[in-house]
Ligand binder design. Structure first.
Ligand code: KMH
Ligand code: ZN
Length: 274
C-alpha cells in the first residue's frame, strides 16, 4: 500500500473560536500548528482563514499572510479552500487562487449543509476550475454526495478536468452522504481509474472513517474543521488528531508519507525550498 497521506484541516468555517481554545485562526497560530502537525505526521494542510476577531474571511491579503506563515514553519503541501463559508460569493471563494497554492479544493456539487445550502452549480464549478487552470493549481475534488462524482465526470467530459485526480470524500455532513463503511466502499468503487482518495469523517465519524481508509489503502483527513473532540467530552488539538492516525497506521504496518512523498504520490512538483 502507498504511504498514508494525512491532511489536517485545522480551522473551518463552521467551527468558531468560542467552541474551542485550540482553533489556530491567526497566521501566527497557523504557523505554530503547521510545525506541530508536520511533526505529528501530516503532509497536507487545508486552509481556511479568519480575522483576528475570529470572523470568516477569504481576503487575499489574509490568505497570503497565512500562506507565508505556514511556509515559513513547514514544508507541508498547502491546500486552500475554495469552499469558504456559506454566504461567500463564488468570486470571493476563487479569489485566493491567484496566490498559486500547490492545491485547492473543488467541491463537485451543491449539497444541503445543515439548514443552509452549499451552492456549487456547474457555472460556479466551471468558474473555479478556470481559475485553477489559469494559476496552475491542482484541485482536490470534494465529494459530499454520490452524485458529485457524476458531476466531476461531466466536467471531465466538457474538457475542464482530466482524470485521474485526488478526491476527498467528506462524509457525515447533515444533508450529505452518511459516514459509513458501505458508503465509503461504494464511492471508492465508483472512482475513475487511477484516482487517489482520502476521507474526512465529520464529528465522531472522523476516527472510524480514518480506520477504514488506513485498511483500504486510501488516505485520511482529520482536524478541527471536521471534528472538535479527541474523545467524548474532551476537546482535541489538531496535532493530537494527526498523531493518533499516524500511530495507528504505523501499528497497522502502513508508513506515513512525508510531504515530499505525498507530492510524489499526487504527482505534484517537489518543493524546491523547504
Ligand atoms: N465551509 C463549507 C461551506 C472546502 O473547504 O472546500 C465548505 C468547505 C469545503 O469547507
Ligand atoms: Zn474546508
Amino acid at each position: 500500500m502507498q504511504p498514508l497521506i494525512i491532511t489536517c484541516a485545522p480551522v473551518g468555517a463552521e467551527v468558531t473560536p468560542d467552541q474551542t481554545p485550540y482553533l489556530p485562526y491567526t497566521p501566527a497560530k497557523l504557523a505554530e500548528t503547521a510545525g506541530a502537525i508536520r511533526a505529528a505526521g501530516a503532509s497536507i494542510v487545508h486552509v481556511h482563514c479568519r480575522t483576528d476577531e475570529g470572523k470568516n474571511t477569504h481576503d487575499v491579503v489574509r490568505f497570503k499572510a497565512a500562506y507565508d506563515a505556514i511556509r515559513g514553519a513547514s514544508d507541508l503541501i498547502v491546500q486552500f479552500s475554495t469552499g469558504g463559508a456559506i454566504g461567500m460569493t463564488p468570486e470571493e471563494r476563487a479569489s485566493v487562487l491567484e496566490l498559486r497554492p500547490e492545491m485547492a479544493t473543488l467541491t463537485c456539487g451543491t449539497v444541503n449543509f445543515g439548514d443552509d445550502i452549499f451552492e456549487n452549480s456547474f457555472p460556479i464549478m466551471r468558474g473555479i476550475l478556470a481559475k485553477m487552470h489559469l494559476h496552475h493549481v491542482r484541485p482536490e475534488l470534494e465529494i459530499f454526495d454520490k452524485g458529485h462524482l457524476a458531476n466531476a465526470r461531466r466536467l471531465a467530459k466538457e474538457g475542464l478536468l482530466t482524470f485521474p485526480q485526488h478526491v476527498d470524500f467528506v462524509l457525515g455532513v447533515p444533508g450529505g452522504l452518511d459516514a459509513s463503511v458501505p458508503n465509503l466502499c461504494d464511492l471508492v468503487g465508483d472512482l475513475p481509474e487511477g484516482c487517489t482518495w482520502s476521507v474526512a469523517g465529520i464529528g465522531r465519524a472522523q476516527l472510524p472513517m480514518a480506520l477504514a481508509a488506513i485498511a483500504m489503502g486510501g488516505h485520511v483527513r482529520v482536524g478541527l474543521e471536521d471534528n472538535l473532540y479527541y474523545s467524548k467530552g474532551r476537546l482535541a488539538r489538531n496535532e493530537e488528531l494527526v498523531e493518533r492516525v499516524a500511530r495507528i497506521a504505523r501499528e497497522a504496518g502502513r508508513p506515513v508519507a512525508t510531504p515530499d512523498e505525498a507530492r510524489e504520490i499526487l504527482g505534484l512538483t517537489k518543493l524546491a525550498v523547504a
